[in-house]
Design a protein. Structure first.
Length: 429
């Protein structure tokens, strides 16, 4: 494969992977719907069905599932981020709200959803399609927590360098719909949670903060506050609410949660496609975490070992990793973890020919930007310098988007309709 063909190859591969793991395809494979009966993993649920879709994959999930439930659908709402919906869906109302910072539209949408669910007949089944992003979108703060305090809390958490697991752990403690809180409103009705995991480890209680997964708020929030030195910055109302213990909400109906897709599936299919294309593959992990540019540096060191010594595998080589990196925001630039990973990699391989890294967020939005991530190679760093830019300063100021944009190294997909965490592919033909 010629070097000039690599960017198109990697971008086409990404699109193929996202299509393979679309809600439309996975529902067709995993769900058995016959009339008013829905079966999954040995469980049987009957209509009428209320379809609730939350998160970045909400529109695609609702668009795929609503036709399957057809005449036995008694209503539903798809709640997604601004700009992620793509038209009307028969029988489903589409609402949009703020992400990653909760806003008033999200709070009003949540109350609207809860009001509709409470009016459902006792024999109804709530089918909840849950994906990452739902934690910010689907929100009803506990009494004493204002929207302004909630917005402030989220800005602090997202800038602190905390993992999404840690962010959602805090969010759960100030909400009446997270950590199984939605089940209190579902009451005696049955609930089927269909989950697309965007968290390392795939704990369903952490995806969108687990609205259909019962739990009891513990004291881990104190450890998180200590680790990131948040005590002084967090509003007193938040600390007071977190300190007040609360029990598990009451729910009498049947509940079943199934994680349909996860980051490991994305990595696995990437490995299969790359092997079919003739590459030797090394799948390191779907649980890679840590500071983004340092993960890029690590992957750069792996690429150097392959280039210099042909280990742990020789060319043509592909190294695949998943998981989710973090960025501690220090500057006022624009960027995201995958773009910082790409810059960190480019710095580490700047004198190695024929080496590439695709680093993207599978939902199409890295951080809170419109870019999915970055695509860099062995000469990217030098091209950045030749353009008169200061990439080291860009990393310090969290300005990776502007740097990569100037050298045509951004990956732009738009909203992908899924959310399975990050994918990184080191490619060395």
């Amino acid at each position: 494969m010629k070097q000039e063909d690599i960017p198109v190859f990697l971008k086409d591969l990404l699109q193929e992977l996202l299509e393979d793991l679309s809600p439309r395809r996975i529902f067709g494979e995993r769900l058995n719907v016959e009339g008013e009966t829905l079966r999954i993993e040995g469980r049987t649920f009957t209509g009428p069905f209320y379809l609730l879709a939350l998160g970045k994959a909400a529109w695609d999930s609702a668009a795929a599932l609503a036709p399957l439930l057809s005449d036995h659908l008694c209503g539903g709402i798809a709640l997604t981020r601004y700009g992620a919906s793509r038209g009307k869906i028969s029988g489903i109302e589409i609402l949009e709200a703020g992400h990653p910072i909760p806003d008033r539209a999200g709070l009003e949408a949540t109350r609207r959803i809860v009001a509709e669910i409470e009016e459902l007949p006792a024999e109804a089944t709530v089918v909840a399609c849950i994906s990452g992003g739902g934690s910010a979108l689907f929100e009803w703060p506990l009494e004493g927590v204002s929207l302004e305090d909630l917005e402030h809390l989220n800005r602090i958490l997202l800038a602190s360098g905390a993992t999404i697991d840690e962010v959602n752990e805090i969010r759960k403690g100030v909400s009446c719909v997270k950590e199984g809180g939605l089940l209190s409103f579902i009451g005696i009705r049955s609930c089927l949670g269909l989950i697309f995991s965007d968290v390392v480890g795939d704990d369903p209680a952490l995806v969108a903060s687990g609205p259909t997964v019962p739990g009891i708020q513990g004291k881990r929030w104190q450890e998180i506050f200590n680790r990131y030195e948040l005590w002084e910055a967090v509003p007193p109302s938040i600390i007071q609410t977190l300190s007040d213990s609360r029990g598990e909400g009451a729910h009498e109906g049947e509940v079943f949660n199934s994680v349909l897709l996860r980051n490991g599936d994305l990595c696995r299919i990437a490995v299969e496609r790359l092997e079919k294309a003739g590459f030797k593959t090394l799948f390191l992990s779907a649980c890679i975490s840590g500071e983004a540019s340092e993960v890029g540096r690590f992957l750069g060191d792996v690429a150097r070992e392959i280039h210099c010594n042909g280990k742990p595998l020789s060319r043509p080589a592909a190294v695949i990793t998943g998981g989710e990196t973090i960025v501690q925001v220090r500057g006022k630039g624009r960027g995201g973890p995958n773009m910082e990973t790409a810059l960190g990699f480019a710095r580490q391989v700047r004198d190695i020919p024929g080496v590439w890294l695709l680093s993207v967020d599978s939902d199409g939005s890295d951080g809170s930007t419109e870019a999915a991530g970055g695509l860099v190679c062995g000469d990217t760093w030098n091209r950045i310098l030749s353009a008169g830019l200061q990439p080291e300063k860009g990393l310090r100021e969290n300005n990776s988007l502007s740097i990569l944009e100037r050298v045509n190294s951004l990956v732009m997909t738009g909203p992908t309709g899924t959310n399975l965490n990050d994918l990184r592919i080191v490619l060395m033909p």
